[in-house]
Design a protein around this ligand. Structure first.
Ligand code: SF4
Length: 329
């Protein structure tokens, strides 16, 4: 694994040494980056306030910053005044939401990640083929609610665990298909898919992997460093699916791990005096929070930083044309 030492400070013999092994890739994915840019551009284009239905991405730091710029976060569309624009979050929304916005004549911009939209299109195609969909995901997650809202009620069934996959009762075991949430554990999902395909050998798989590149790359990057870490700090929100999965991945490989929102959440007693601490960040956590955590470690340890570069990422998603500067009135 190519390690790149980026900062090697003079050793301070009064505090214990600590190697901070920082996973890469980590933090913002292309879908989160695009969603944040959409809110920023909407504020430039329409002026404040711009309404945003649900947290644009699952990160309080990001949400607070956009709020300061003039975004107003709301739960439902009826909180949006008739004359203000609204942005839909990166997790996607049920079809009924843009339909209701159109009925009211609201200006709206959809920040749904293109990889979530791809799952929506696959769900619609499977229904057109007359299939019943088994959807592997977590109950209540906005992405799951959004995908369920693409297809008729009763045509899709949630599968959360291997136990569900073993016991679930389907109206007809023929013409089945499965899809998955984009931010799941790669390993857990493989076990669920294996169970479903054993039970329903004819089940149709999605055309391509639904777990997105960012989720799989961040999990692979954590796996690559766990062998060298005594503790793992995962920066991300407690409601961020992909961040939770990163902490799980490290724990399962035997590294005690904590999900923290920012440096003030570090439990120093739990951290103890490790020789190497792994650091990563979920797809909705900005890099500034990684720096904040490293700085907090520096206040107690003589830190040597290393970046463990696993899989370079170059994904960029296009912005909605109506927000691009040359389209502005
Ligand atoms: S985690 Fe994946 S699906 Fe979610 S916004 Fe990022 S790229 Fe899109």
């Amino acid at each position: 694994m190519p390690y790149m030492a980026c900062i090697v400070p003079e050793p301070d013999r009064s505090i214990p040494p600590l190697r901070a092994l920082i996973a890469a890739p980590r933090g913002f994915c292309a879908g989160v980056d695009r969603a944040i840019q959409i809110v920023e551009l909407a504020l430039e284009r329409f002026g404040a306030p711009v309404y945003v239905r649900h947290e644009i991405v699952h990160n309080r730091f990001v949400v607070d910053r956009l709020r300061e710029l003039g975004a107003i976060f709301i739960d439902e569309l009826d909180e949006v005044p008739d004359d203000r624009p609204v942005v839909f979050s990166a997790h996607g929304v049920p079809k009924s939401v843009p339909a209701a916005a159109q009925t009211r004549g609201l200006t709206y911009v959809d920040a749904t990640c293109p990889l979530v939209s791809k799952v929506h299109r696959q769900a619609q195609r499977m229904i057109e083929e007359g299939r019943h969909i088994l959807f592997i995901g977590h109950a209540g997650h906005p992405e799951v609610i959004g995908t369920f809202g693409q297809v008729p009620e009763g045509s899709i069934t949630l599968v959360e665990t291997v136990e569900d996959a073993q016991s679930i009762q389907i109206p007809t075991a023929r013409n089945l298909a499965f899809l998955t949430q984009t931010t799941l554990s790669v390993d857990d999902t493989a076990a669920i898919v294996e169970t479903l395909t054993r039970r329903f050998p004819q089940i149709r798989a999605p055309r391509s992997e639904d777990i997105c590149y960012a989720t799989s790359n961040r999990q692979a990057a954590v796996k690559a460093i766990t062998g060298e870490c005594d503790r793992m700090l995962v920066i991300g929100a407690p409601n961020s699916s992909n961040s939770l999965r990163l902490a799980e991945v490290a724990e399962r490989l035997g590294v005690p791990s904590r999900l923290i929102e920012r440096a003030t959440d570090i439990d120093w007693d739990w951290l103890g005096q490790p020789s190497t601490v792994g650091i990563t960040a979920g797809a909705s956590a900005p890099e500034v929070l990684v720096r904040e955590v490293v700085d907090a470690l520096r206040s107690r340890f003589d830190v040597t930083e290393e970046i463990a570069d696993h899989t370079p990422e170059r994904m960029i998603f296009k912005l909605p044309r109506e927000l691009l500067p040359d389209r502005a009135a």
